[in-house]
Design a binder for this molecule. Structure first.
Ligand code: PMT
Length: 218
């Protein structure tokens, strides 16, 4: 029987990619399937948490007993997160948010001609960094998807975004990161602790992340 150690705790989870529209038929996105964030939402709910899942477009079935808010772009995700975050005691950001979006969304489908096409991109808001500034005594957990200098880059994000914990996935190894049912991570906490984990299923990892959060709560 699953322990109900998160009973009544309000947990906000983000999952999936964002889609940044170019015109009515095209967008820029990334390879996130949503599996990691959905696994956390499911595990949190099974342990008694009141979970809100804010999700970019995915093909996954949302977990039962979870409030699901569907968004497309990073700007929409930011709005949804800030609508829900006041209530939340724990915020876990597994979504892969696009850092840039096209400066303008064309009203009509862009027609091709013989010249190259240039799309100007502007910065998206950094949702997690903004949460870090407003976190109060909430627990704030981020992910870092890295291809090099994993610990250094992840630790920089933890400090810059004011996080309690960051889960760094190494995207260069098979069975880790985007799209897979498994992940290979190192978990870094704000007190400087770094722990390396073997490859495991995303549900199992979700429970480990929740166990660590539980320790931070008490
Ligand atoms: O969805 P899956 O296929 O299961 O894949 C899981 C995953 C690889 C997407 C997930 O484990 C993961 O690593 N998610 C974060 C990916 C990412 O965008 O990392 P980042 O290093 O670019 O961002 C760092 C953190 O800041 C993340 O928590 C991200 O949600 C957040 N962020 C980033 C940019 C931005 N504009 N706003 C943000 O809030």
């Amino acid at each position: 029987l699953t322990k109900k150690d998160f009973k009544g705790k309000k947990i906000l989870v983000t999952a999936g990619p964002t889609q940044e529209a170019i015109d009515p038929v095209r967008f820029i996105t990334n390879h996130s399937s949503g599996k990691m964030g959905y696994a956390i939402a499911k595990a949190g709910s099974n342990r008694g948490g009141e979970v809100v899942l804010i999700t970019g477009p995915t093909y996954l079935q949302p977990p039962r007993r979870v409030k699901v808010v569907k968004v497309k772009s990073a700007v929409e995700m930011k709005e949804a997160v800030f609508k829900e975050f006041q209530e939340a005691e724990i915020i876990i950001k597994a979504a892969a948010v696009a850092d840039y979006r096209p400066a303008c969304i064309a009203d009509q489908k862009i027609k091709k001609d013989d010249s190259n096409l240039k799309i100007e991109m502007v910065r998206n808001p950094d949702i997690l960094a903004e949460l870090g500034r407003q976190k109060g005594n909430r627990i704030l957990v981020g992910f870092a998807a890295e291809t090099q200098d994993i610990i250094k880059n992840a630790r920089d994000k933890l400090v810059k975004k004011g996080l309690d914990m960051i889960i760094a996935n190494d995207l260069t190894v098979e069975g880790s990161g985007f799209g897979t049912d498994t992940n290979i991570v190192q978990i870094i906490t704000a007190n400087g602790e770094i722990k390396k984990y073997e490859k495991m299923g995303k549900i199992k990892l979700a429970h480990i992340i929740l166990d660590k959060i539980f320790c931070l709560l008490s």
